[in-house]
Design a protein around this ligand. Structure first.
Ligand SMILES: Cc1cc2nc3c(=O)[nH]c(=O)nc-3n(C[C@H](O)[C@H](O)[C@H](O)COP(=O)(O)O)c2cc1C
Length: 170
């Protein structure tokens, strides 16, 4: 079964992350920009999703996710799996690290999504993050400081752990 990957990107890191996911999943995923015209229709096509959300401003999702959240709120996510990837910078923005993930998560919870891919906070170095719920990140934060190889490894194991069942289905 295919995974729908939706992202926005102000400076290219999230877009690049989407290309790494394409390299890993090949024909098992389709990639979309979240601010596309047809987002609501595109969201309805999938049973599993990866959303890539960079944080900007005072700890907000990149501006295109405003439209993204509006689109999410128009779709029923019951019985649909969603993993959220946050792009951020824990060194520069230690007190709002990947905060942008949270409004996307809240919208998905409201629409009854099955959120997968919670991540241990061990191995990160930040002060505060609204993307931590019950002691875990609500998805996979990818920090600016991570080297390419590390990003690839984290992505691979996160996708495997979060979506194994879906990817085995034809
Ligand atoms: C103006 C500005 C504000 C930012 N604010 C935050 C923030 O509050 N928290 C955080 O974790 N990262 C923050 N970042 C870092 C970005 O999220 C990070 O560089 C990310 O990789 C950008 O992804 P993109 O290239 O896909 O847009 C900020 C970056 C900029 C330029």
């Amino acid at each position: 079964m295919k995974i729908g990957v939706f992202y926005s990107s102000g400076r290219g890191k999230s877009e690049f992350t989407a290309t790494l996911i394409k390299d890993l999943l090949k024909e098992s995923c389709d990639i979309y920009k979240i601010a596309d015209k047809n987002t609501v229709e595109n969201l309805k096509k999938y049973k599993a999703f990866i959303f890539i959300v960079p944080t900007y401003g005072f700890g907000e999702p990149h501006e295109d996710w405003k439209k993204g959240i509006e689109a999410i709120l128009k779709v029923d996510f019951k019985d649909r799996l969603v993993g959220i990837i946050g792009r951020g910078n824990q060194g520069f923005y230690a007190a709002t690290f990947v905060n942008g993930m949270r409004p996307v998560y809240d919208a998905l919870i409201e629409k009854k999504a099955n959120i997968v891919g919670f991540t241990d906070i061990d191995g990160y170095d930040f002060v505060k993050s609204s993307a931590v719920v019950d002691g875990k990140f609500i998805g996979l934060p990818l920090d600016e400081i991570f080297m390419l190889q590390e990003i690839k490894e984290r992505l691979e194991s996160w996708i495997k752990n979060s979506f194994e069942e879906i990817l085995d289905e034809k």
